[in-house]
Design a protein. Structure first.
Length: 421
């Protein structure tokens, strides 16, 4: 049965692609109607409608960018594609940060940081283990093996993770941090674009519906990719504000901490398309590509998403300013940075084993469970974040000290083009 599924996934079909487009379009319709009419029937319905639209739009972006990557290799264009594929979480985060700048004393200041830390921790704590589980299900292998060229991704996960502790020490994300983090992302894309493109990779081994676009003529491919990107971007930008506000209202209506909904529900919806694409890589016998895709997404989140927050706050405030981290956000950011270092430590040997994946998943579940159980008890939550962060750091230190040569190897190839594999 799994082999039939994989075979079906690898067979391009314009008909199947059109059906999926119709499903995605149907998911967007309620949000479009609500947005045009300005009608907000109920916070829970609003959250579902606009969340579904953002989710469907994310799939459109993933399909368009996935196909474009087969046609484009220039570093600048690759960077633009990377920006497009992470538009859903950026749109929601940008709205909260902009509102924080416009209302400095409001809860939006907390919401902006919550969305960012949630998105980052979901990728490492949930998406990475999921890929290992799918790989085991398909092959019964107990680890995903990476390629030597994937040291680029590991290195550029390490650099912003180390820099994050400087942000923690300052207690705020400043415009200077924006410059540094965007520079890191630019360096990452430059380094990644220098990988030799002669890797042994089947041109027809494109997972998912994007393969159908390659059946079209080049002109029609570009038109289709452009249309997918434009429609998705418009829907996401139109849905970001009502989705963000409806989550806050839903939390209040249910008596549930809206902070938790913003930290976990919003990133879960916006990251789902990218995770599905990575999962299809795994189910198509390209597990290393799937994990590398999630690593790249994490780099985008850890550099561009964090770096753009002061810009959004500044636009809302009407002048350059910083995003302050209160006591809880300080520890949320500390925990996020510590989790990143632990994840990097697990990858130093160019593999993610089932034991490492289980550790990531268990620690992630613990932190979410404690936040839910102790919601409303701010001191207790802050204390749990601190202790979990130090626990991650202790584990990361052990891994890095026992893999010191692998750690040094990350820096040896910096600036040199390396074959992908």
């Amino acid at each position: 049965m799994p082999s039939d599924l994989i075979s079906a996934q690898r067979t391009p079909s314009l008909g199947r692609f059109v059906v999926l487009l119709a499903i995605a379009g149907a998911a967007m319709v309620p949000a479009v109607i609500l947005r045009i009419e300005g009608w907000r029937p109920d916070p829970l319905l609003d959250t579902a409608a606009f969340g579904a639209a953002i989710l469907a739009s994310g799939f459109l972006l993933s399909w368009g960018a996935e196909a474009a990557e087969k046609r484009i290799s220039a570093g600048l264009i690759v960077a633009i594609i990377a920006l497009i594929t992470v538009l859903p979480p950026y749109a929601v985060g940008f709205y909260y940060a902009y509102s924080a700048g416009a209302s400095p004393g409001s809860n939006y200041v907390h919401y902006a940081a919550a969305n960012m830390t949630g998105a980052n921790r979901l990728l490492v704590g949930l998406a990475w283990p999921l890929l290992v589980l799918l790989h085991w299900y398909r092959t019964r292998e107990r680890a995903i093996q990476l390629l030597p060229a994937n040291r680029t991704e590991i290195l550029f996960l390490l650099l912003p993770s180390i820099y994050a502790f400087w942000i923690v020490a300052k207690g705020r994300i400043t415009p200077i941090d924006t410059v540094v983090l965007i520079a890191m992302f630019g360096l990452y894309m430059w380094q990644a674009s220098r990988k030799e493109s002669g890797e042994e990779e089947d041109e027809d081994d494109e997972p998912g519906p994007a393969a159908a676009l390659l059946l079209l003529s080049p002109t029609r491919q570009w038109l289709a990719m452009g249309a997918l990107t434009l429609v998705a971007a418009v829907i996401i930008l139109a849905s970001a504000e009502p989705f963000a506000e409806s989550m806050i209202d839903s939390g209040r209506l249910l008596g549930f901490d809206e902070f938790l909904l913003i930290q976990w529900l919003a990133p879960l919806a916006s990251e789902a398309p990218a995770v599905v694409v990575a999962a299809l890589f795994v189910m198509s016998a390209r597990a290393e590509s799937g994990l590398a895709t999630m690593m790249s997404d994490k780099i985008n989140q850890w550099t561009l998403l964090v770096g753009m927050l002061p810009l959004a706050v500044g636009l809302g405030a009407g002048h350059l300013t910083s995003l302050p981290l209160d006591a809880r956000q300080h520890e949320e950011f500390f925990l996020t940075a510590a989790q990143s270092l632990f994840g990097i430590g697990l990858l130093l040997r160019l593999r993610l084993s089932w034991m490492g994946a289980a550790a990531l998943a268990i620690l992630f579940v613990i932190q979410v469970a404690l936040a839910i159980i102790w919601q409303g008890d701010e001191p207790r939550i802050i204390s749990s974040l601190t202790w979990l962060g130090w626990g991650y750091l202790a584990l990361a230190a052990i891994l890095m000290l026992t893999n010191i040569q692998a750690l040094a190897a990350l820096f040896r190839g910096l600036g040199r083009a390396r074959p992908y594999g």
